[in-house]
Design a protein around this ligand. Structure first.
Ligand SMILES: Cc1cc2nc3c(=O)[nH]c(=O)nc-3n(C[C@H](O)[C@H](O)[C@H](O)COP(=O)(O)OP(=O)(O)OC[C@H]3O[C@@H](n4cnc5c(N)ncnc54)[C@H](O)[C@@H]3O)c2cc1C
Length: 374
């Protein structure tokens, strides 16, 4: 007889950790399986650490709803549990007439999305707030912030353990098979391959989430869960640029990302990035030949910077559902009952604003889990 648990969560990134705290209540047996030796070693620690306001996406999308809800929950969580953050505010800048029109559209979209504190800024107003920025106009989002993502991950991990969730590191999920109304889950660790039975399987495997859905037997082409990798690299600016800007400064958005932005860290150090490049394999190296492209991109609105002051820093990879040039795709957060996989919950394409949305995603999935188990 195989051991039986209530909930198997695949992946201990910010999403798996937040869900483990949410579902690990009511004496349920919740296990989190993570292939790495610790939590949060992939996308959750390779991002901009921005608490987004929820400006860019369509108003009826999960990205918007869960970002707006997650942002409030995240600020509350940081306040309550001493997680370092700064509500710096962000300015999206327009350097030409075309971009000014785009800013006006973003302002409208943001308001539709429930972000009511946005302000359009003239060149003079922008200059007063950010003397080192050169642009025609700006869009100020006062409720955007930055946080210490490692502290958040550590807090979510401790909270999940307190609620009774168990973490199994260095353990990769390699098979999922229907077993009546439950699932037989196969894992591989240093001792070899073993299996157990779970009533609910939550797939929060980030860059591997598409493969996990496929392992469970889902037809990827039919459901549209094929993931692409879209790399985002960062360059840091030297210490002489400390406090160069007081807020996050973004260009008007590009198709695959929000554009190479300027982010002051909690310590005042300034970073540029991320870019957005579709790649075939997971490789976190930073391509130094990108330096000039970063420089040219930031120089448009930050004339004081010098090419030689940019140093490669780190990279992350977005799990994207849309390929280059394709239309907007929302987060997939689905209980796959209709596809004949009751008890399987897939989270696929959890790119930005996944960090911001994480507490709201946990609540959303918590409800699905209760519907199956209660
Ligand atoms: C460049 C970049 C910048 C970003 N900036 C922001 C930002 O500023 N603000 C924001 O809100 N969001 C941002 N995001 C998005 C955010 O980082 C992600 O949405 C979030 O971290 C996703 O978390 P996750 O838990 O789904 O994935 P991950 O952190 O990748 O976790 C998935 C885990 O699953 C594990 N795993 C995979 N396969 C298996 C298996 N078979 N068995 C066991 N374990 C497995 C992996 O090892 C990994 O630890 C950014 C993302 C990128 C790439």
């Amino acid at each position: 007889m195989l051991a039986e648990i209530d909930v198997a969560i695949i992946g201990a990134g910010v999403i798996g950790l937040a869900m483990a705290g949410e579902t690990g209540q009511r004496k349920r047996k919740v296990f989190v399986f993570e292939k790495n030796h610790s939590f949060g070693l992939e996308t959750s620690s390779r991002n901009s650490e921005v608490i987004h306001a929820g400006i860019y996406y369509p108003e009826d999308s999960l990205k918007t709803k869960l970002c707006v809800e997650g942002r409030s929950l995240l600020y509350e969580l940081c306040d309550r549990h001493g997680i370092a953050y700064k509500k710096l505010g962000k300015i999206i800048v327009a350097v030409n007439e075309n971009e000014v029109t785009q800013l006006e559209k973003l302002y409208e979209q943001g308001r539709k999305n429930g972000t009511h504190d946005l302000m359009l800024l003239s060149r003079t107003e922008l200059k007063k707030l950010e003397p080192n920025i050169e642009a025609r106009a700006g869009l100020l989002s006062p409720s955007t912030g930055i946080l210490d993502s490692y502290s958040l991950l550590k807090f979510l991990y401790s909270q999940a353990m307190e609620k009774g969730a168990e973490f199994v590191f260095n353990t990769e999920v390699i098979g999922i098979e229907k077993a009546g109304t439950k699932y037989k889950v196969q894992i591989r660790d240093q001792d070899g391959v073993s299996a157990f039975v779970a009533r609910v399987v939550i797939n929060s495997a980030g860059l591997n989430s598409g493969k996990i859905a496929q392992l469970a037997g889902m037809n990827m082409a039919k459901v549209g869960y094929v993931l692409r990798y879209c790399k985002g690299e960062y360059f840091s600016l030297g210490s002489k640029y400390r406090n160069l800007v007081g807020r996050l400064i973004y260009p008007t958005p590009e198709q695959a990302g929000n554009g190479i932005h300027v982010t002051p860290g909690l310590d005042g150090r300034v970073r540029l990035g991320p870019n957005a490049r579709y790649v075939e394999a997971i490789d976190y190296g930073v391509d130094e030949t990108q330096r000039e492209a970063f420089y040219n991109s930031a120089k448009r609105f930050l004339p004081r910077i010098e090419l030689e002051d940019l140093a490669p820093e780190f990279a992350g990879i977005r799990p994207k559902l849309q390929g280059p040039g394709e239309a907007f795709r929302d987060f997939v957060i689905a209980h796959e009952e209709k596809a004949d996989f009751p008890g399987l919950i897939n989270l696929i394409g959890i790119e930005s604003p996944g960090l911001t949305a994480s507490p709201a995603i946990a609540r959303y999935v918590g409800k699905m889990v209760r519907e199956v188990l209660d």
